[in-house]
Design a protein around this ligand. Structure first.
Ligand code: PHE
Length: 343
């Protein structure tokens, strides 16, 4: 019985000196495991006299329970300590300044493309994908610009070889759309995309720029349809009060050809710096599809007629957002892009 008391007191003091969960594990192995001191006390049972057996057994059990309870308590305490330590290490210091997130922005010329596209989709147009690498045939010949035609000088071209080039105008999509149709049916498309010319880059010129081409072919299309369409477009794009004016111009693939001005949305036509005191701002080129082009693309000009227009995207974006230099669209300077938010 005295040995029993010794095991209990030793156990308690060893438990007391446990300073962490690993020393606690060692304690458990030494005292409370199957081969531990408390279990081995039962080995003395055979040496105990019959009348004392019960008392001995009860005492061993009591020691076991006492040490076990003390062990569990200590174990819970260490677990709590570990948890608190972990929580403390993982706390977020909300007083620290956050890391700034700079989300991507939509380049304003894409905003204009989206806006123009929406306007024409509302009018029942389809969007046609063009291609940046074109053949001389589609970029020039089918648009009534044969080799040696002086109009080629207007659009200095990046050639890959004598027949392959970077398209100088989205008008190439006109020829594709008309030629592709096995059965000639009415056409009403816009084609937004990039075009390339060997221009020296400056504030108003870029060797790469975007255009939106429009083409309508049907029976009985007249210049009145062109004018009404562009007037509606100008009002939706620049405001209800806008008017348009057509000035005669020249493009080989349209006849007659026009340059289209919109009344100045900055001064309402009175004259200001934006419109260079003329009251008008040029926004696009257009015209009635040249019968020669219709014919080359398989549409009988006796039956069909059409109009086409080409909007300069950067020009419209510059006017709309007051941007002074076309090169800004291509420099990806976040200070320039950050005010623009897409849909
Ligand atoms: N392709 C012409 C240009 O780039 C614009 C245009 C398109 C003119 C369609 C008339 C009709 O200048």
């Amino acid at each position: 019985m005295e040995d029993l008391d010794l095991v209990l007191s030793d156990g308690k003091s060893e438990l007391n000196s446990c300073s962490d969960s690993s020393t606690l594990d060692t304690f458990f192995a030494k005292y409370l495991s199957k081969k531990g001191k408390v279990s081995s006390l039962m080995g003395y049972m055979k040496e105990i006299s019959k009348e004392n057996k019960a008392a001995f057994g009860m005492k061993v059990n009591a020691i076991k329970n006492e040490l076990n309870a003390a062990y569990e308590e200590k174990k819970a305490y260490f677990e709590k300590l570990a948890l608190n330590k972990k929580l403390q290490e993982e706390t977020i210091d909300i007083s620290l300044p956050g890391r700034e997130v700079t989300p991507g922005r939509t380049n304003p010329y894409y905003l204009i493309i989206d806006e123009v596209t929406d306007i024409f989709l509302d009018m029942g147009y389809e969007v046609k994908e063009g291609r940046d690498v074109e053949t001389d045939e589609y970029n020039f010949e089918l648009l009534n610009v044969p080799v040696d035609h002086p109009a080629r000088d207007m659009q200095d071209t990046f050639y890959f070889d004598s027949s392959l080039l970077l398209r100088t105008q989205t008008s190439a999509a006109q020829a594709h759309t008309m030629k592709e149709k096995a059965i000639k049916t009415p056409i009403k498309i816009i084609c937004p995309g990039k075009a390339y010319r060997r221009d020296d880059d400056d504030m108003t010129h870029s060797h790469q720029f975007a255009q939106i081409e429009g083409l309508v072919v049907d029976k009985n299309i007249s210049i009145a349809n062109l004018k009404a369409t562009l007037e509606l477009f100008a009002k939706k794009m620049f405001g209800e009060k806008r008017q348009i004016r057509l000035r005669s111009s020249y493009f080989p693939f349209t006849e007659p050809s026009v340059e289209v001005d919109v009344s100045c949305f900055s001064c309402n036509g009175k004259g200001c710096a934006l419109c260079k005191n003329t009251g008008w701002i040029e926004i696009l080129g257009a015209g009635m599809v040249n019968p020669k082009v219709l014919e080359m693309c398989g549409y009988d000009p006796e039956v069909w007629s059409g109009f086409a227009f080409g909007v300069g995207v950067e020009r419209v974006a510059m006017l709309r957002y007051g941007i002074d230099d076309i090169r800004r669209f291509y420099q990806n300077d976040v200070r320039f892009l950050s005010p623009f938010k897409g849909k």
